[in-house]
Design a protein around this ligand. Structure first.
Ligand code: ACO
Ligand code: ZN
Length: 463
């Protein structure tokens, strides 16, 4: 029997109330007519209508969003099974590359490390810190206290997830899985965050957080920021400027000496880094902030953090290009700089794992170009002889760790086994494509402009 109009309405209302967290159904993605499968993470009511926070199952979490009912295809709902844990945004879901709101995404490179969701650890850390501060009788909630005693952040450097345990309940986990900041203003840029970051509660429900682009302190309104700017006399990041060429500079910041700045940088970075846990303790890290100079000052473009001492030969802990500067070659410039530091240290290095989808793409591209550049330029020993090189020589010259050199050569399909020997064969197409790619890489690091001596942190009593 076909139900009458009222019957349909009833069914519809009943249906919507059964759309709970964990339900999966096709949802229309923003800015297009694609209806990929999505999982409901959270439901809220705004002025009498329901809104759903959804995660697109096969896409990166940065595309998660609040949607209204008309974007749900309620004919094809899969209800959560009680015995199967939800996978939205978790490690079990196959990830595809997503960039902003673009709908044409290449698939994740095969065999790459999977991203890990570690939001619960972030919140657990935040809560723990808050509790310990309250015990000490310090309240960091107000803006003024931020000026007095460092940021109200409950965080240290964004770093790789370590054993954190599951200290928070399911509800908290849902909280950290959802973007909590609507918008930030940083210098002349307005940026929509990608992921959760533990900014203080009173900041996250605002339409926009206003951040001083030089000291990275955050304010509730433009007026408050203007008041701050009148007092703030920084026009560049703190620390030492260790590199300058043209408009590009790098500043080295010690997480122990410039704690407030380091913590605010981590808090800001977490908005765009999903698979990293925030730590309160910035002491063991150095931060390398890259800036672009103009008459108003040195504007932050991106940064990477680095452990003062790494037992695993990591030369980068976290790396980020601010979204307005992304896809212009700055990510590779940051990576190139990190390897330049390793060359000065006389070591090979590798980025901390896991890498994000965009991190993996950028590193693979950097490794491929750097290794090919080396191979293309190797000179044969004698006339008519083939150049002889070893993997170790590639590592020594580029500071790229052996595993990364081997995986790059394999990915590029350059290694062949021939008459009992491993040989590297470069086709003319490979060389031509490489030369074209290098011509596109306009900005490069010039080692002559780096004024830096590595410190041996193991010899210091305390960082
Ligand atoms: N879609 C497809 N390809 C992309 C995208 C994208 N959205 N973004 C970058 N790439 C590719 C570029 O095409 C380029 O490769 P190519 O030269 O072979 O074409 C390569 O990645 C690097 O591009 P850059 O312009 O040099 O890098 P960018 O300035 O965009 O920065 C970065 C890359 C740092 C990874 C940036 O995307 C970012 O900050 N992402 C958010 C934070 C993050 O994921 N960081 C890495 C975490 S892993 C870790 O911290 C160790
Ligand atoms: Zn400031």
């Amino acid at each position: 029997m076909i139900p009458n109009h009222c019957g349909w309405m009833m069914i519809n209302i009943l249906f919507q109330s059964s759309l709970v967290e964990g339900c999966r159904l096709p949802v229309r993605m923003q800015g297009g007519d694609d209806w990929p499968l999505a999982e409901i993470i959270s439901v809220k009511e705004v002025k009498g209508s329901k809104c759903y926070y959804v995660h697109y199952v096969d896409f990166n979490k940065r595309l998660d969003e609040w949607v209204t009912e008309e974007r749900l295809d309620t004919r094809k709902v899969q209800f959560p099974r009680r015995d199967v844990p939800s996978q939205a945004g978790g490690t079990g879901t196959p990830k595809k590359l997503g960039g902003g709101n673009s709908l044409s995404r290449p698939a994740s490179p095969p065999g790459g490390p999977e991203m890990q969701l570690n939001g619960s650890a972030v919140l657990a850390a935040a809560l723990q810190k808050k509790i310990s501060r309250k015990r000490k009788g310090i309240s960091l909630e107000s803006e003024d206290s931020q000026d007095a005693s460092g940021p109200a952040s409950t965080t240290g450097p964004a770093s790789c997830p370590r054993s954190t345990g599951s200290m928070v309940a399911h509800h908290d986990d849902v909280v950290t899985r959802m973007k909590n900041v609507e918008m930030i203003e940083l210098g002349r840029h307005r940026i929509r965050p990608w992921y959760f970051s533990p900014y203080p509660q009173e900041m996250v429900h605002l339409q926009c957080i206003y951040i001083c682009e030089f000291c990275l302190k955050y304010r509730k309104s433009r007026k408050c920021l203007e008041r701050h700017l009148a007092k703030c006399n920084l026009r560049h990041p703190p620390g030492n400027e260790i590199y300058r060429k043209g408009r590009i500079s790098f500043f080295e910041i010690d997480g122990r000496k410039n704690k407030a700045y380091a913590q605010n940088l981590c808090l800001l970075a977490k908005l765009f880094l999903d698979h990293k846990t925030l730590y309160y303790d910035t002491d063991p890290f150095l931060f390398y902030v890259m800036t672009d100079f103009d008459s108003r000052g040195f504007h932050i473009v991106g940064y990477f953090s680095k452990e003062k001492e790494s037992t695993e030969d990591y030369n980068v802990a976290c790396i980020l290009t601010m979204p307005p500067y992304q896809r212009k070659g700055y990510g590779k410039l940051l990576i190139e700089f990190s390897y330049e530091l390793s060359k000065f240290e006389g070591k090979t290095g590798s980025p901390e794992k896991p890498l994000s989808d965009l991190g993996l793409l950028s590193y693979r591209s950097y490794w491929a170009q750097t290794i090919l550049d080396f191979l293309v330029n190797v000179k044969p020993v004698g006339d008519n002889e083939k150049p002889q090189i070893t993997i170790n020589e590639i590592c020594e010259l580029t500071s790229i760790k052996k595993e990364d050199v081997i995986s790059t050569l394999q990915n590029l399909n350059l290694i062949n086994y021939y008459k009992g020997q491993y040989i590297i064969t470069l086709s003319e197409e490979t060389v031509a494509a490489h030369q074209r790619a290098m011509e596109r890489r306009k900005i490069r690091i010039d080692p002559k402009c780096l004024h830096w001596t590595p410190k041996d942190w193991s010899k210091r009593a305390k960082w």
